[in-house]
Design a protein around this ligand. Structure first.
Ligand code: GCU
Length: 412
């Protein structure tokens, strides 16, 4: 009896990696209003977009509070001649009132730049000090998941981590190509564990008179996306940066976050999802690799409570992830997969990008100029870009070079 129950539980949670077992599905139509009327022309799109955005807010990521917190900016330890005098390393602390955690923003730009430059903005997983081996980069005091390789123990980062994630950030390449790079440790905004939304910036928003959180209250992905918009607020004040040309980029859970940030904040000129998978660029209805039920069980704090309604019931979702990508239209968006990263469903990521194409075309752009998934390491670039790279779940120089090519096309 127990063995049978365990076997059933095992079957229910074992991810599917077999294309033949992907269930048949019908995607919610992008170009039909909820009342059944067609979206016939570009001028119809804003109203349809608003309908879809509301569904993502109420059913998936939760609503971003409308409260505007005051933002205090403290610049410190600017190094004008890092790396043999060729790069500028700038650090800024953002605070949002008395009880705010410190949100550390690290910015690199080329010393040679003579005018404001476009920039990539992305959250990092392990602290700003892991992005480049430099003793001057402030080590966050925020909670961090333990990691022996990066010297994180008792949930605190340490000197040992310096430069430990440098290979994910291609700083020299980005700067040489004429862009700046800005990054924040995502845990500075909201530590990534389920604590009932008591830490990070949550207490600045929580309503003490409300006993229970609303079923559409934002989860951590929403909070991290909010942090990206605050970084953009700061970049708008930085005269070295062209804030009208900011590409928001993220990997994995932070790719889900960059898509949601880019969706909500139209100031982001370009949006990049790197291996974002379930709840990011991958179609939920395919149930390939990670599923809605699985992600909600493993990470109960990432999405809003309502998203749990669709555990094992993806076909009942009123939206699917191609619609999230379409909400970014007509701004350029890039979706990148890695062929061995089956957990994130590369094909589902491609299909979501492809199904967003109808809106990009309605708005007069060339969408994603590919009918099928391109060959390995063959990027396709229209107003939507896509590649599937060899290798596994990671951000590599290959990925960055494609993002730079795509940014050159659209931001230059
Ligand atoms: C887990 C999770 C994914 C997520 C990934 C990451 O694998 O299941 O949804 O994208 O972590 O952020 O690295």
């Amino acid at each position: 009896m127990l063995a049978n129950l365990l076997l059933m539980a095992y079957i229910a949670t074992e991810p599917n990696y077999d294309e033949a077992k992907v269930p048949g599905y019908t995607l919610p139509d992008l170009l039909t209003f909820a009342d059944g009327q067609p979206v016939a022309q570009a001028s119809d799109w804003p109203a349809r977009r608003a309908e879809i955005l509301e569904l993502f807010e109420t059913e998936v990521y939760g609503k971003t509070p409308e409260i505007q917190l005051p933002m205090e900016v403290e610049a410190f330890a600017e190094v004008l001649n890092a790396q043999d005098g060729t790069i500028v390393q700038q650090q800024v602390i953002l605070r949002f009132g008395e009880a705010s955690p410190e949100v550390n923003l690290l910015i690199y730009r080329s010393k040679a730049a003579t005018q404001p430059v476009p920039a990539f903005l992305g959250l990092n997983f392990n602290g700003n000090h892991t992005v480049r081996a430099d003793p001057g980069i402030c080590i966050t005091e925020a909670w961090m998941r333990n990691n022996a390789d990066l010297g994180v123990s008792d949930n605190r980062a340490s000197e040992q981590g310096r430069g430990g994630q440098a290979d994910r950030w291609a700083i020299e390449t980005i700067l040489n190509r004429g862009y700046a790079l800005a990054t924040i440790y995502y845990g500075d905004i909201d530590p990534d564990f389920d604590d009932g939304f008591q830490n990070g910036v949550h207490p600045l928003f929580n309503d003490p008179n409300r006993e229970k959180r609303a079923a559409d209250a934002w989860g951590s992905i929403g909070t991290w996306a909010w942090g990206l918009s605050r970084a953009l607020d700061y970049l708008e004040t930085d005269s070295n940066i062209d804030a009208s040309k900011i590409a928001v980029m993220g990997h994995s859970r932070l790719g889900k976050t960059s898509l949601w940030a880019g969706t909500q904040d139209p100031r982001f000129a370009l949006v990049i999802s790197n291996n974002s998978g379930c709840g990011g660029a991958a179609l939920s209805r395919r149930r390939f690799g990670e599923t809605v039920g699985r992600i909600n069980r493993s990470f109960p704090h990432w999405f809003c409570h309502n998203f749990n309604r669709y555990n094992g019931k993806e076909d009942q979702l009123p939206i699917d992830q191609h619609q999230l990508i379409a909400l970014i239209a007509p701004r350029p968006v890039y979706v990148a997969s890695a062929v061995e990263d089956l957990w994130a469903d590369p094909k589902g990521e491609f299909l979501a990008a492809k199904h967003a194409d109808s809106v990009y075309r309605l708005l007069g752009t060339d969408g994603l100029p590919a009918n099928q998934m391109p060959d390995l390491d063959q990027a396709v670039m229209g107003q939507i870009g896509y590649h599937v790279r060899s290798g596994g779940h990671n951000v590599t120089l290959y990925d960055w070079e494609r993002y730079l090519d795509f940014a050159d096309r659209h931001l230059r």
